[in-house]
Design a protein around this ligand. Structure first.
Ligand code: HSE
Length: 436
């Protein structure tokens, strides 16, 4: 059977893994795809590296655009990353009638609407399993496996770097900065870790999840993005005492009036399976109305785990490229004409529970004042601890867990609590999800 021809753009970690796995498992993959999948050309600025990885077994170029123009190429694999050249490469590949496989979450979260519209008009596929949670087939699960369900919410540990840092902070009781340096030394965190630690990478992935879960456009600009760089080790400890772990969660939740799309450090009950996902591993919990909660766990990054997702897409495209475009799985799970415009809710309208930590003067009436303010805002307390003041200490920490309330109610309560003379400095607020 005639092979399908792939042009691979970018032969770094994931590209190299894709080359290796495609070669190693060629026979099995051909048996599944129905015909061989062969990389006929590789583009990389580092031509020497490309030669070294491929052993000269295919054509090599330093020009990505030569690949998207190449008449021999059926599928372009874009592994450049970012929104610059990668966007031009993808748009030109589509314009030239090529199918695209990409791991580029940033590109799809920001420019997905333009890309998917162009692909639909041209009748080509843009496949992106590798863009979310690396090797975990979460796109496949959401788009196909759970297709009977009305998805209620999805919550995921979708950034391995931050999960590694949080695991180390909890295990060793170390502050964020110390663990970040260690993560960089071990190669878990990039030299510039901003996208990971500030939650941007997780928000790109959560944005894609929200679109395929609810049939809404990708809207990264409306996501609430909060990372872990300001997280205090003390809060990890207090959370533990209350039976919770802190994880950086990407959350997409459907509510009658809109969608919550948010990334932030989140307390989750320690007894949940997902709370025990440690180190650089990823996991996504999806709640469907028929199936209930389902959990997907695995490696969210790395050469071969990500290649596993890239190649799964290559197989899908190989199987489906001769099908009538209208009978393929829609890019965003819902038929393009059936997308809905459910708004992404502003942060002030989200509904969740809260963890509050305050430094207070240890004297009569302080707690009464605080609980009165919470009651005025209709906020109910779920649990509370007060650290025993040390010898001669006149201040102490109070930690309060609330039941669910609207963010704007807690904002109003916090402003009033911080104004109390007995409350010292700023209050620490974290969000809490029971993930029932
Ligand atoms: N930098 C990401 C992570 C992997 O730490 O999980 C690629 O999305």
């Amino acid at each position: 059977m005639k092979p399908i021809n792939v042009g691979l753009i970018g032969i770094g970690t994931v590209g190299g893994g894709t080359w290796t796995v495609l070669k190693r498992n060629a026979e099995e993959i051909t048996r599944r795809a129905g015909r061989p999948i062969q990389i006929t050309v590789v583009a990389d600025k580092n031509v020497e590296l490309a030669k070294q990885v491929t052993g000269g077994a295919c054509r090599i170029t330093d020009d990505a655009f030569a690949v998207v123009r190449d008449p021999e190429v059926d599928i372009v694999v874009e592994l450049i990353g970012g929104y610059g050249v990668a966007k031009d490469v993808v748009m030109q590949a589509i314009a030239n009638g090529k199918h695209v496989v990409t791991a580029n979450k940033a590109l799809l979260a920001v420019h997905g609407t333009e890309i998917f519209t162009a692909a639909q008009q041209k009748g080509v596929m843009v496949a992106f399993e590798a863009a979310v949670a690396g090797g975990i087939p979460i796109i496949k699960a959401l788009r196909e496996g759970l297709t009977a369900n009305r998805i209620e919410w999805a919550a995921g540990i979708i950034n391995g770097t931050t999960n590694f840092i949080l695991s180390e902070m909890r295990d060793k009781g170390l502050p964020f900065e110390t663990v970040l340096k260690e993560a960089q030394r071990l190669g878990y965190a990039e030299a510039d870790p901003t996208f990971d630690i500030e939650g941007v990478d997780a928000a790109h992935k959560a944005t894609i999840i929200s679109a395929i879960a609810f049939g809404i456009p990708v809207q990264f600009d409306k996501a609430h993005v909060e990372g872990i760089s300001k997280l205090d080790a003390a809060d990890i400890k207090y959370a533990e005492q209350l039976g919770y772990r802190i994880k950086l969660l990407g959350i997409a939740k459907r509510r009658p009036e809109g969608v919550e799309l948010r990334v932030h450090p989140t307390l989750i009950p320690a007894k949940r399976l997902i709370a025990n996902v440690e180190g650089a591993m990823n996991a996504v919990l999806v709640k469907g109305d028929a199936v209930g909660a389902t959990l997907y766990y695995g490696k969210g990054a790395g050469a071969e785990p990500t290649a596993s997702a890239v190649i799964a897409d290559l197989v899908d495209v190989t199987r489906m490229h001769t099908a009538d475009p209208e009978h393929r799985v829609p890019h965003l799970a819902f038929q393009p004409g059936a997308m809905v415009d459910l708004p992404i809710l502003p942060l002030s309208e989200i509904v969740t529970s809260y963890y509050l930590r305050l430094r207070v003067e240890d004297k009569p009436g302080v707690l009464a004042d605080i609980t009165r303010i919470l009651a005025d805002q209709q906020i109910s307390i779920d649990a509370m601890i007060q650290r025993e003041p040390g010898e001669g200490e006149e201040q102490t920490d109070i930690i309060i867990l609330t039941h669910q309330t609207r963010e704007k109610n807690i904002d109003a309560a916090i402003a009033r609590i911080e104004d109390l003379p007995a409350v010292k400095g700023k209050l620490t607020r974290l969000r809490l999800e029971e993930l029932q």
